[in-house]
Design a protein around this ligand. Structure first.
Ligand code: GDP
Ligand code: IMO
Ligand code: MG
Length: 416
């Protein structure tokens, strides 16, 4: 049977997944999100227009593609509806799983209250309510999109939930709405979303059976995965390729080519370990040249060097067939480009990701810099030192770099 192509982030998110999903969506019939929520911010630049997508799949800019938000996603109806309003032709090409969980305003209030209470141990979440929404799902007290069919019943369940948690919510400053206002709010959500809600698992199965080309769009990145990332400084979902199966209702045999997205350097937004972070001029220059400010929260991203150890880990976990190396142009004009090739932990050199990355000190290898790669569309247009850098990375990460991106624009992409 036909297989779906998968895109996953290999670092701490913001690798440039949106650009590559949009690029590949031009030749796919369907694009599906399988995890995360509106904590994601996927930027797509088409000529002089920039789109920031949070919940709607990045296939939306291909008018022929159907877009699916799978059961593994948590959906904030208010934010989803606002995002939908940018596009006027979504009927029949945007579908939401009836099994996806609702992320409601109180989830964001709980998220922000927990972060405040943690003080300097805060995770640095996006404050959107992702952790509390997935927490409710796993604790089996969440509410699913399909429940919008009967808003009166759903409102009663939510009121019951508020009653059970009243004491905690009061401490956290969570607003407790009346049942009447809750029903009004849920009715508004239902009126807009109802035409888009369906059993997306059946839809995806049928599309695969009919020979349609399907692209699965990961959110966040491997090092933010709830199991395989730098816990507890992670997000609350399975961001790695395994999440694509459970988050859509596919089995692993349905998944074909896996493209892992990685920047030619490294960034992280929020707190937590980042061994190859550059606190000096190098980090500032990367942030400046790479415009490294969050798409969702506008926060400055922490910047540093390509971490080949974490990347090998990510390539293995995701079963990556090819890597798409993004933002090579941001390294233009550096005299020297560094790569973290091993860590030092307790005086010992290691070549794997340790239990607690906080203790890992980077061991670097230096490469000669280059003048310009910006806008290159052929591998042969790249300076020799940039080619050597890419070839050295391939050796270090045990994966082929099949795509290289040299600007935010769709066309400035090298396919090798
Ligand atoms: P995502 O979350 O993985 O989709 O990535 P984001 O959209 O949050 O961040 C990536 C940023 O880099 C966006 O602003 C993109 O427009 C931009 N970008 C993507 N590829 C390139 C590239 O090759 N060069 C440069 N300079 N910018 C890029
Ligand atoms: P995209 O899809 C980068 C980070 C947050 C925080 C941690 C937990 O654009 O790559 P959460 O709000 O999810 O509970 O926050 O995860 N984070 C991201 N960082 N890109 C993202 O998504 C992210 N989504 C969450 O900054 O450190
Ligand atoms: Mg992003």
């Amino acid at each position: 049977m036909n297989k779906a192509d998968l895109i996953v982030g290999l670092q701490w998110g913001d690798e440039g997944k949106g650009k590559i999903v949009d690029h590949m969506a031009q030749t796919h019939d369907m694009v599906c999100r399988f995890a995360g929520g509106h904590n994601a911010g996927h930027t797509i630049v088409v000529e002089d227009k920039t789109y920031a997508l949070h919940l709607i799949p990045s296939g939306v800019l291909n008018p022929k593609a159907t877009n699916v938000v799978g059961n593994g996603v948590v959906i904030s109806p208010v934010d989803f509806i606002e995002e939908m309003s940018q596009f006027d032709d979504l009927n029949g090409r945007l579908f939401i799983s009836d099994k996806a969980h609702l992320l409601l305003p109180y989830h964001a209030q709980i998220d922000q209250a927990r972060e405040r209470m943690k003080g300097d141990k805060a995770i640095g979440t996006t404050g959107k309510g992702i952790g509390p929404a997935y927490g409710d799902k796993i604790a089996r007290v969440g509410h699913r999109v399909g429940e919008l069919q009967d808003t009166e019943k759903l409102a009663s369940k939510i009121v019951e939930y508020f009653e059970q948690n009243r004491a905690i919510f009061e401490v956290m400053g969570v607003d407790i709405p009346s049942k009447i206002s809750l029903i009004d709010e849920l009715n508004e959500y239902r009126d807009v979303l109802a035409p888009h809600i369906t059993d997306t698992t059946l839809l995806v199965w049928k599309s695969l059976k009919d020979g349609k080309k399907i692209l699965l769009e990961g959110a966040q990145g491997t090092m933010l995965d709830i199991d395989h990332g730098t816990y507890p400084y992670v997000t609350s979902s399975t961001t790695v390729s395994a999440g694509a199966s459970s988050g859509l209702g596919l089995n692993h045999k349905d998944i074909g080519k896996v493209t892992g997205i990685a920047k030619a350097y490294c960034t992280r937004v929020g707190n937590g370990p980042f061994p190859s972070e550059d606190f000096g001029d190098g980090g500032d220059k990367l942030r400046d040249r790479g415009h490294e400010y969050g798409t969702t929260t506008g926060r400055p991203r922490r910047c540093g060097w390509f971490d080949a150890v974490a990347m090998r880990h990510a390539v293995r976990i995701n079963g990556v067939d090819q890597v798409s190396l993004m933002k090579l142009d941001v390294l233009d004009g550096f005299d020297e480009v560094k790569v973290c090739v091993a860590y030092e932990v307790d005086g010992k050199e290691i070549d794997y990701v340790p239990y607690d990355m906080q203790d890992a000190k980077p061991i670097y290898k230096s490469f000669e810099g280059w003048e310009r790669t910006e806008g290159a569309r052929e591998f042969d247009q790249l300076p020799d030192s940039a080619k050597s850098y890419i070839e050295a990375l391939e050796d270090m990460i045990d994966a082929k770099i099949g795509i290289i991106s040299t600007s935010p624009q769709r066309e400035d992409t090298i396919i090798r």
